[in-house]
Design a protein around this ligand. Structure first.
Ligand code: SF4
Length: 86
């Protein structure tokens, strides 16, 4: 997955560094460091960071590799239908 943080928008609130510490880190009081090519295993934490950023500064782009792990609608429908009451 690819990340871009709009550093003009970022206010250094550090929510991202708290929620995804392997990807984001504060350097000093206001300066943010981050890995723009975060590993796929970090996706859940990164999505939490994106949702938590109070100024919406984190943009996330999923790569083809990330999309391989997204369930298809058929798989979701099949899973939903397999355990229901009849
Ligand atoms: S949560 Fe948003 S505003 Fe706060 S440091 Fe991270 S990118 Fe910047």
């Amino acid at each position: 997955m690819r990340l871009v943080v709009d550093l003009n928008r970022c206010q250094g609130y550090a929510q991202c560094a708290f929620l995804a510490p392997d990807v984001f880190a504060m350097h000093g009081d206001e300066s943010l460091l981050y890995n723009p090519e975060a590993a796929a295993e970090q996706r859940e934490n990164v999505e939490r960071a994106v949702a938590a950023c109070p100024v919406g500064a984190i943009l996330l782009e999923l790569t083809d590799e990330d999309m391989k792990h997204v369930p298809t609608p058929d798989a979701v429908a099949g899973a939903a239908g397999s355990g229901g009451a009849r």
